[in-house]
Structures are given as structure tokens and as C-alpha cells.
Design a protein around this ligand. Structure first.
Ligand SMILES: Nc1ncnc2c1ncn2[C@@H]1O[C@H](COP(=O)(O)OP(=O)(O)OP(=O)(O)O)[C@@H](O)[C@H]1O
Length: 300
């Protein structure tokens, strides 16, 4: 079967800015695919081209076997789109928003209750959209994108501006949607989000895809050492530097941070001197991959 999304050599220029610069990739059916990059990387522009909302200068995007541009009306009922800026119909409750969306697709309003349940908002059915919290509004907009049971769901920074608990709740919801067999394409500037949710990520910066793959594989390919942080009051850097397999030991505020390729023996040595209290172990993350690719610290 042809992939859900196939993008070849896409280019989009605004004046002399190449917002999308020769981008190619494919997304398989049922995949959870992330486009990860800092603000202004070109994620939204890329997504909008794939969705058929924006015309590329050159290249081609295919969605469910059809060219995204010019927009193909037969594809629209098979995709769900959650845009970055959520807007609802004025003065309607959460349930009314959903039944209005359902009606637009010619569906019965009985879909409403199922959707509210799916996004965990049954108790807010009667609340007007403008009175919903940020997290609830995001959930409602995802429910609106799903009301017609699309095959492919596009989510543009769905967890931006949410508090950590609301973000994690939304992650559970997005996983559940993917588990129901939907292809999910998500843009995010949160590295941890991409790492936790996505089967594959494309790391994007300044219009280009720098690297693509499974998050764990991208991190493993870095072949980076492990960092262990110990409370400096337990062990100072000069003492830790003497422990076998410690490459480097530096002070960072209240922490002594140790770099090692062999965390096992180092942790055993720390246990021997009773220095495990409050200890933190950190392997490489996608942030380190970004730093390696661009030479810049990741700033969302
Ligand atoms: N309609 C437009 N006209 C001119 N420039 C634009 C337009 N839309 C986007 N840009 C510019 O293109 C670049 C890519 O923007 P885009 O919104 O696609 O990035 P993004 O990765 O989604 O960022 P964000 O996370 O901030 O939304 C940015 O420099 C942006 O200022």
C-alpha cells in the first residue's frame, strides 16, 4: 500500500526566506510521526502544504495517494486538522461545538458524546468554549479534528502553552488516538514530547530536515557519554576525578557533574562511598542530537 504521506523536494519561499527548503520524507499508515524544531523552523508551513492549505513553490506532497495541491475535496473527510491557533464558534458549549462540526460532515450529533468521552471532557459538555481552560480547549479542538473519524490526524503544536500535567494528559490522549490505528502527524518544539510520543521524528531547522529516524536510534547514533550528577557536599570534583572510568568531573552549582562512558563501575564506586543520595543520571537526548547537528543549543 502506498504511504499515507509522501513529500518530495518541497520548497516554499516567503520573499527571500526559504521557509521549507527541499524537504522529502514519507509517513506510513498508522505511524506517529513528529516534525520537531525550534520556532520558525518551517514546521507549520510544511504541515499546511501537506494538508493542502498552502501551495508549494515546487516539489510535491501526496496525501492518501492524492496530490495535496490543488486541494482534493475527496481527501478532506479522511483527514483531521488541528491548527495552531484554535478558534471555536462563538458562545457555543463544548458539546454544541462538536455537534456543529459533526453536522458539517453530515454526521449525527450522537458522535458528540463519544468524542467528549474520548478526550475526557464529558463533564465539561455544557461549558462554553471561551470558559474552558487552555488544556480543555486543546482537547476540544482535537475532538473537533477527530469527529468525522479521519484516517490521518494533523496536530500543530497541540501542547504549546499547557502546564506539565495537562501536557502529559494530552500525551495519553494522543497515544490512544494512534493506538486506534490513526496516522498522527504532530509538530512540536518540545524535544521530550517528540521523544516520548513519536515512532519517528524529523528534526527541522531553518527550513531543512537535518535528520530523521526513531528517537532512540538518533540518540544512540550520537554515541554520547553519560552524565552523572552528585551533590557536591557528598563528593567534590577533585575527588570524583580520581574514580576509575570518570572522563571529567566539573562543578555546576550544587552538583558535581561526572562524564563517563562506563556508568556501571562509576555508580558502583559512588555506592561504595555512600554518595548515591539525590544522584541523577542523564544519557543523551534529542537536545544533544540537535546540538550535534547545528552546533547550537536547542532553544524552543
Ligand atoms: N505568510 C508568511 N509570510 C512571510 N513569512 C512567513 C509566513 N508564514 C511563515 N513565515 C516565516 O517562515 C518561517 C517559518 O515559519 P513557520 O510558521 O512555518 O515555522 P514553525 O516552525 O511552524 O514555527 P512556530 O513554531 O513559531 O510556528 C518563519 O521565519 C516565519 O516568520
Amino acid at each position: 500500500m502506498i504511504d499515507a504521506i509522501v513529500v518530495r523536494d518541497l520548497v516554499k519561499t516567503y520573499q527571500d526566506l526559504r521557509a521549507v527548503d527541499s524537504v522529502s520524507f514519507s509517513v506510513r499508515h498508522g505511524e506517529f510521526f513528529g516534525i520537531l524544531g525550534p520556532n520558525g523552523a518551517g514546521k507549520t508551513t510544511l504541515l499546511e502544504i501537506i494538508e493542502g492549505l498552502r501551495e508549494p513553490d515546487s516539489g510535491q506532497a501526496q496525501l492518501l495517494g492524492h496530490n495535496s495541491w490543488p486541494r482534493n475535496l475527496a481527501v478532506l473527510p479522511r483527514i483531521g486538522v488541528q491548527l495552531q491557533a484554535t478558534s471555536f464558534f462563538e458562545r457555543l458549549t463544548a458539546a454544541e461545538q462538536l455537534s456543529t462540526f459533526a453536522a458539517l460532515y453530515g454526521l449525527p450529533s450522537s458522535r458528540t458524546a463519544d468524542m467528549l468521552e474520548l478526550v475526557g471532557m464529558t463533564e465539561s459538555a455544557g461549558v462554553r468554549a471561551e470558559k474552558l481552560s487552555g488544556g480543555q480547549a486543546q482537547r476540544l479542538s482535537i475532538a473537533c479534528a477527530l469527529v468525522h473519524d479521519p484516517d490521518v490526524v494533523f496536530l500543530d503544536e497541540p501542547t504549546a502553552a499547557l502546564d506539565p500535567q495537562a501536557r502529559r494528559n494530552l500525551w495519553d490522549l494522543l497515544r490512544a488516538i494512534n493506538d486506534r490505528g490513526k496516522t498522527v502527524v504532530l509538530t512540536t518544539h518540545y524535544m521530550d514530547e517528540a521523544e516520548s510520543l513519536c515512532d519517528r521524528v524529523a528534526i527541522m531547522d531553518r527550513g531543512r530536515i537535518l535528520r530523521m529516524g526513531r528517537p532512540a536510534v538518533l540518540v544512540r547514533q550520537l554515541n554520547a557519554p553519560v552524565r552523572i550528577s552528585v551533590d557536591t557536599s557528598a563528593l567534590t570534583p577533585d575527588k570524583l576525578a580520581l574514580v576509575p572510568h570518570v572522563e571529567r568531573a566539573e562543578q555546576d552549582g550544587q552538583w558535581t557533574v561526572v562524564t563517563t562512558w562506563r556508568p556501571g563501575p562509576v555508580l558502583a564506586a559512588l555506592a561504595d562511598v555512600d554518595a548515591l543520595s539525590g544522584l541523577q543520571v542523564r544519557g543523551a537526548t534529542l537536545e544533544d542530537v540537535f546540538l550535534d547537528l547545528t552546533g547550537r543549543e536547542y532553544r524552543a
